[in-house]
Design a protein around this ligand. Structure first.
Ligand SMILES: *[C@@H]1O[C@H](CO)[C@@H](O)[C@H](O)[C@H]1NC(C)=O
Ligand SMILES: *[C@@H]1O[C@H](CO)[C@@H](O)[C@H](O)[C@H]1NC(C)=O
Length: 433
C-alpha cells in the first residue's frame, strides 16, 4: 500500500507522544510516591546500609533525577518533590546529569535523522548539503532540545533543521507547490504577533506563513502546533529565522495575577523589541471564545454553566482588565510606526486586503502567485489552501465564531492613523475598575 510510509511515520509520532505522556505520568507519580518504593530485585536482601542497598537507592534517585530533568526540558510542570530533587544536586552533579541526558537525546535523534534519510524526508539539496522535507500529511519531529538552545549551541547534527521545507497544502492542485521555510539565522528582526488569547493568533500565523512562506515563531512551546507543521514554534524566539513571534504577554499564566506595574514587565515588549503585529478582536467575542478554550481545549466548547454565576463573573472581571492593559501597553509603550494594528474582524472580512497591509509593515514583498492561490481559494471552503480556515487543525480554529466585521472600522495596518486615534480606540473599550 502506498500509505505505508505515512503510517510508519504517524506510528512513530504516536509512539513518541505516548512516551511523552508516559513520562509525564511518571513525573506526577514520582511526586506522590513517598516513601520511595524500590524496584523489584533478584538479589538477596542485604542488611540496611550495605553497599548493595545504597547503590539501588542511588540508582533510583538518579533515575528520578533524569525523569525530573526530562520533564523540565519538555516543559512540564514539576512536582515539589521533583523540584527538590533537582535543587539538591550540586552544580557539578547537575551539569553532569544534563550532559548525560543530552547525550542520550542526541543519540536518539541521530537514529531518527537516519530514519528520515531512509524515508527520503532528508534529501540532498541542490546548492549543497541536505534539506528536510515535511508534508502536511507527513510531518517530522522537531528535537525538544532545540527550543531552549540558542542557535550557536546546537549540536552539529541539528543544523539540517535550518533547511527544513514544509508543504502545508499537499491536497490542493493550486497550492501544493508553495512551501514554508526558515530564513537563515539572524536575518529577521525579532517582532511580536501580539494578541489576547482566542483572538485569532494561530489563524493569523497561518495566514502570515501562507503569504510569506516563512515560519512564525512563538514565546511558547505548544507541542500540538509544532507537530502540525508550525515548526517555528520550536525555535528560540530571537533566532532571527522566523517572521513574527506569538505572544499573549501577561494575559495568560502566572503573570496574570501580578500587580499592574510589575505585570507590564511580563508583556514581552522588551524581548520583542517593542515592535510587531498587534491583533485585536472584539473583546466580548474573545472572552467567550477564551472561556470555551479554557474549559474545552483547543477545539472544544464549554457547557453553558461556565458562562453563569460567580466563576464566570470572576473570569470576566480579571480577563477584561488584562485585555485592556495588554493592548494599552502595546499601543502606548511603542512608537506608532513600529507596530501594525490589525483587527480579527477585518481579517475575516477581507484577509487578502489585510494581509497586504501586514506584509507592507513586515517589509516582505507580496507574492502575487500566493495571493492568487488565496483569492481563488477563498470561494471554495473545501480547498485546502483557503485562508479562511486552518487545514489539519481540527477545523474549528479561527472558524468558531465567524466575525461580523464592522464595515466602518479603519484599516490601520500599516499604521496610517495617528497614535491618538488608536489610543482613543483602546480607551473606548469598557473600563470597569
Ligand atoms: C499526502 O497527500 C497527497 C495528496 O493527497 C498524496 O498524494 C500523498 O501520497 C500523501 N502522502 C502520504 C505520505 O500519505
Ligand atoms: C543547508 O543548505 C545550504 C544550501 O542552501 C547548504 O550549504 C548547507 O550545507 C545545508 N545544511 C546542511 C546541514 O545540510
Amino acid at each position: 500500500m502506498t500509505t505505508a510510509p505515512s503510517e510508519a511515520v504517524e506510528g512513530q509520532a504516536w509512539a513518541w507522544l505516548r512516551a511523552l505522556l508516559w513520562l509525564c505520568h511518571l513525573c506526577r507519580m514520582s511526586g506522590q510516591l513517598t516513601p520511595l518504593t524500590l524496584p523489584p530485585t533478584n538479589q538477596r536482601p542485604s542488611p540496611q546500609g550495605s553497599p548493595d542497598t545504597r547503590s539501588a537507592k542511588t540508582q533510583l534517585v538518579e533515575s528520578q533525577q533524569v525523569v525530573a530533568l526530562n520533564a523540565l526540558q519538555f516543559g512540564y510542570k514539576l512536582t515539589q518533590a521533583q523540584k527538590k530533587l533537582l535543587q539538591d544536586l550540586t552544580p557539578k552533579a547537575r551539569r553532569e546529569l544534563e550532559e548525560r541526558t543530552a547525550k542520550t537525546r542526541i543519540a536518539q535523534d541521530r537514529v531518527y535523522l537516519t530514519h528520515l534519510r531512509h524515508k527520503h524526508q532528508i534529501v540532498p539539496r541542490r546548492g549543497g548539503g541536505e534539506e528536510i522535507v515535511s508534508l502536511a500529511n507527513r510531518t517530522i519531529r522537531f528535537p525538544v532540545l532545540l527550543k531552549k538552545a540558542p542557535l550557536e549551541l546546537w549540536p552539529e547534527q541539528y543544523r539540517v533543521y535550518y533547511n527544513l521545507t514544509h508543504y502545508p497544502w499537499v491536497k490542493s492542485k493550486d497550492c501544493e507547490r508553495f512551501s514554508t521555510t526558515f530564513t537563515p539565522p539572524g536575518t529577521l528582526p525579532t517582532r511580536g504577533l501580539a494578541s489576547f488569547p482566542s483572538s485569532g493568533n494561530t489563524w493569523v500565523r497561518y495566514l502570515i506563513e501562507g503569504a510569506t512562506g516563512i515560519f512564525t515563531g512563538s514565546m511558547y512551546d505548544d507541542t500540538s502546533l509544532m507537530m502540525k507543521g508550525m515548526y517555528g514554534e520550536w525555535l528560540v524566539y530571537n533566532s532571527g529565522m522566523t517572521v513574527v513571534q506569538k505572544s499573549h504577554g501577561f494575559t495568560t499564566g502566572e503573570a496574570m495575577t501580578l500587580d499592574r506595574d510589575i505585570r507590564t514587565g511580563h508583556n514581552h515588549l522588551q524581548e520583542l523589541g517593542y515592535q510587531g503585529v498587534v491583533v485585536i478582536r472584539n473583546p466580548f467575542k474573545a472572552l467567550i471564545s477564551h472561556r470555551h478554550l479554557d474549559v474545552g481545549g483547543h477545539t472544544g466548547f464549554a457547557p453553558k454553566a461556565h458562562f453563569l454565576g460567580q466563576g464566570w463573573v470572576e473570569f470576566v472581571t480579571l480577563k477584561i482588565r488584562l485585555w485592556r492593559d495588554f493592548y494599552e501597553d502595546w499601543v502606548r509603550k511603542t512608537q506608532p510606526n513600529d507596530i501594525c494594528v490589525t483587527h480579527y474582524e477585518l481579517l475575516r472580512e477581507d484577509p487578502v486586503r489585510e494581509m497586504r497591509g501586514i506584509l507592507k509593515y513586515l517589509k516582505i514583498p507580496e507574492d502575487k502567485a500566493r495571493e492568487a492561490a488565496y483569492s481563488t481559494a477563498r470561494t471554495n471552503m473545501q480547498n485546502t489552501c483557503t485562508i479562511h480556515r486552518l487545514p489539519h487543525f481540527g477545523g474549528s480554529v479561527g472558524m468558531a465564531h465567524r466575525g461580523q466585521g464592522r464595515g466602518n472600522a479603519h484599516r490601520i495596518c500599516p499604521s496610517s492613523r495617528q497614535p491618538a486615534e488608536i489610543r482613543a480606540e483602546v480607551q473606548h473599550h469598557p473600563r470597569r475598575t
